[in-house]
Design a protein around this ligand. Structure first.
Ligand SMILES: Cc1cc2nc3c(=O)[nH]c(=O)nc-3n(C[C@H](O)[C@H](O)[C@H](O)COP(=O)(O)O)c2cc1C
Length: 170
């Protein structure tokens, strides 16, 4: 599969089979995260992979779709331990973690797994459930699992609407 084919295959999966994910597949998506670029190569991301059904249910209950996400084989809590701000004024934590998470999404898609980014969750509750220290920020959750739905037609803007060459022409 080409990279673009894998990108086209990915979608936000919100219906999962209640099926465990093989350890090699989890290891392989974590390897994809590990190889992601990060500002100053700081790699200040940490990932807690939750597969235990009781813990997964508790984490899912902090989200807006508990009955969907608790069926996923895993919920990954993607964390950052960096407060570093780049010269451009942007914090690296959410950016670096987002890149690594998208690597996870694409590698999962390649392996036939569905994923869903979850920004609608309670980070303080997640920290308590998973024993994450106070100085660590939970940036996002990500559901990963065998899909029980299929990819809808993506709704996206045209390239002309989102990009231009040389000068701002919007
Ligand atoms: C940063 C971020 C946070 C998101 N949070 C949620 C969420 O909390 N719950 C959810 O169901 N989908 C969430 N999504 C999924 C988006 O709704 C989805 O990516 C978008 O509608 C495009 O659809 P697609 O992913 O199927 O292409 C999130 C996506 C991103 C990138």
């Amino acid at each position: 599969m080409t990279v673009l084919e894998t990108i086209r295959k990915r979608y936000s999966c919100r219906v999962y089979q209640e099926k465990a994910i093989e350890r090699e597949k989890l290891d392989s998506i974590l390897e994809a995260a590990r190889l992601a670029p990060s500002a100053r190569n700081m790699q200040d991301w940490r990932f807690v992979v939750v597969t235990d059904s009781n813990t997964k249910r508790q984490v899912a209950e902090t989200t807006n779709k508990p009955d969907a996400f608790d069926k996923a084989g895993a919920i990954i809590a993607a964390c950052s331990n960096s407060n570093y701000v780049m010269r451009c004024g942007q914090a690296i934590g959410p950016i670096d973690v987002a890149i690594a998470l998208e690597h996870i999404c694409l590698q999962a898609a390649e392996l036939g797994l569905g994923t869903c980014w979850i920004g609608s969750f309670d980070p303080e509750k997640v920290k308590r459930i998973l024993g994450i220290p106070d100085d660590i920020t939970v940036i996002e959750l990500m559901a990963v699992g065998y899909p029980a739905d299929s990819r809808p037609q993506p709704r996206r803007e045209s390239i002309e609407r989102i990009a231009c060459y040389e000068k701002w022409t919007f």
